[in-house]
Write a protein that binds this ligand. Sequence first.
Ligand SMILES: C[S@@+](CC[C@H](N)C(=O)[O-])C[C@H]1O[C@@H](n2cnc3c(N)ncnc32)[C@H](O)[C@@H]1O
Length: 272
Amino acid sequence: MQPDDLDDKTFQQFVELIYEKAGIHMGPHKRALVTSRLAKRMRQLGIEDFRTYYERIRQDTTHTELVNLLDAISTNVTEFYRESRHFDLLQELLTKWEAQGQKRFRLWSAACSSGEEPYTIAITAKRSLNNTSDTRILATDISTQVLEKAQQGEYEEKRLEGVPGQALQRYFSKCRNGAGSRYKVSEDIRNMITFARLNLSTPPFPMQGPFDVIFCRNVMIYFDNDVRRRLLDEMHRLLKPNGFLMVGHSESLSGILSEFKIVEPAVYRKAT
Ligand SMILES: C[S@@+](CC[C@H](N)C(=O)[O-])C[C@H]1O[C@@H](n2cnc3c(N)ncnc32)[C@H](O)[C@@H]1O
């Protein structure tokens, strides 16, 4: 299927649907990307034209195909220890808070993709804190496909390049040998995390908080300023006073009114 096969009106209707349901803004420059991702999903379903696919999503009262559409559209690139400065800072903060007597820690990976981010958070917490600490990580994403993968916690060897040797030895075990070696995250790390589907573009969220640190990285780039602003207000509500928000290094909050104070590039703090 070629981009030309997607007429202007149907393209616009998909763009509006994706924005309405996921807050993801797909301008005309994303037309080729939208076309190829829709086409891939349509091939799986044996559907040949875009209008039929659009009608099918609209008529599906179970919303199953809508979830599949959003899975197909979102970009899930991630890696262990991505933008590693955030994990050095997390270690410093947890160590400091524990030295001040804190025993309960709540962390949130708000667009967790296939799990590399929340597992890196969990490993960092495990390596920083005393064994007696009560540490829980919430990991959410809009895509059910990536959440399934995240929950399995199994990765190809080449995906683990960013993991420090000691952490690799301690928190992963080889589960398949040979050319396609795979490693599984250890049970004690997996048990620290709760995975759930959550659409960041539709606050308020059901969680109570408060969180000590929220990671909301490399997802706000897909949102326009309205969606970003509502999301930031909600994350502000869910953070404890002096709690931290980590965003992707290419995502600045400048120009968006928000109550956060900047600490350093890509790191914000809820002022008391
Ligand atoms: C590029 S990945 C970022 C993963 C990780 N945070 C990182 O920085 O490595 C973006 C993730 O955002 C998710 N996403 C996109 N729109 C979303 C929405 N409206 N609500 C929740 N997650 C969303 C995608 O499914 C994808 O897994």
